[in-house]
Ligand binder design. Sequence first.
Ligand code: ATP
Length: 532
Amino acid sequence: MEKSLEQIASLCKRRGFIFPSSEIYGGLNGFWDYGPMGSELKRNIRDAWWHFMVQWRDDVVGLDATIIMNPRIWEASGHVGGFADPMVDCKDCKKRHRADQLCEEQGLKLVQDGKGWKLPEGCKCTACGSKNLTEPRSFNLMFKTYVGPVEDDSSVAYLRPETAQAIFAQFLNIVPTSRKAVPFGVAQSGKSFRNEINPRNYTFRSREFEQMELEFFIRPDEAVELLCGHVATLADGPDLSGEPQDDWGWEVWHKYWVEQRLKWYRLAGLPQEDLHLYWQTKEELAHYARACVDIEYAFPFGVQELEGIAARSDFDLTQHQKHSGKSMEVMDDRLRLACATKSPEEKDAFRAKVVADWTARGKDPAAANAFVDGLFAGRYVPHVIEPSAGTDRLALALLCNAYDEEKLVDSKGKEDIRYVLRFSPALAPVKVAVLPLVKNKPELREKARDLYKKLQRKWKCAWDETGAIGRRYRRQDEIGTPFCVTVDFDTMGEGDDPALKDTVTLRFRDSMEQVRIPISELVAKIDAAIEL
Ligand code: ATP
């Protein structure tokens, strides 16, 4: 079925998933609110991510840092100097564009040379067709604010444009308190802010959004070599589905996280065929990055990024080491002990190899020697793999994937459209709806109400006693509730078959199949279906 963003946005508004922010005042471009259903969906996404990335693992811990931090963090990270997009204005219709996107829409490529950005020949305004465009200007995406009562340069602070930097900034507190040794990771989810030039595609590019990020710290390859005698690369065909291994180099760790993340998206319900990997080319990579893969999803408006997974070397911790003056090195006892057993000849040969390698890459031999001295003592600045996902983008992808219109024909030949959100049960905003068949029968209603109260302690449930039962099922289909439980006269032992006492009808959203099941088996049955 062809799906349009308009259809999906319309259902989201109608059913309480997503509203324009501050709508009664005309909204605010690039800001969105999540309504009763949307807030449940987002919470489920966050929880599912946390379970998979933190709770089910031994080697990842969490962090919940502030949105406003010391602005020196953003100097060290490079955001103050370089977190900018190129902006152009149409001099005729006054429409403002992000220059790289404007070019991309016309199959062109924005030119970047030593002096900055330049529009390629033939680029025009996509709103009015005019070629009368300004030169691209750099626009920093960070929202600025002031901390305290005085608004001057010394009180400037920024709303974080990503959650990740706090992890680096708190690294020295996390290492001793978590009692984790490299390789280990720190995960954080929360709000980020970017003053996007051109928010668009509904919530896809917003100015306030949520991220779910992991910084997974690994040994530098040289440390792996000292510890294991070799460094496993992808060419060795490592088994990425099992437990991580000591001899994995950065390349294997990076691929491991790509696989983990793909597995999670599939668990979340996105079909394999709609997920794509885009490996950034050498020219596209940031200077410090060794590899970066975007996990993309086939949205109705095109294949677009859900998550970026970057191998960022030791760039971030080294930057914070430089700017804060605090050593970001860890003590790796296993490495130290392994080095203590090496002969002087082995150490000399290793040192010569590292110095030659670093020199060949244009690095300072003195720095290489200091690095090797550190390794022999068990010390180094960890490298990092960063899987960085957008909560709102995933919510949108799940809504797009779940949206379905089904043509039904009833027994009298009448056609009807069933709107249904086919969420995976684990992420559906409401798991179970409890429906008393009639509302004017106090004992029946009470029985249903008791069951509802019991299920509610386990899952987000809905209670609906108004309208015909078929209509009530449809309402639940539209918000994606996977299970409906109907309490009827049989449940009360008042139907034709007394054996049906204390059984209910369980109705499945996708197949619309209905089965009769004892109340005592309900929780186990639903639990099994909801598990991620
Ligand atoms: P883009 O190229 O789309 O601007 P990016 O590559 O700058 O994104 P990252 O800095 O890698 O994005 O951020 C990591 C993730 O955060 C993205 O994959 C996306 O899911 C999410 N994200 C980034 N910017 C936005 C935004 N403006 N609105 C919603 N989500 C965003």
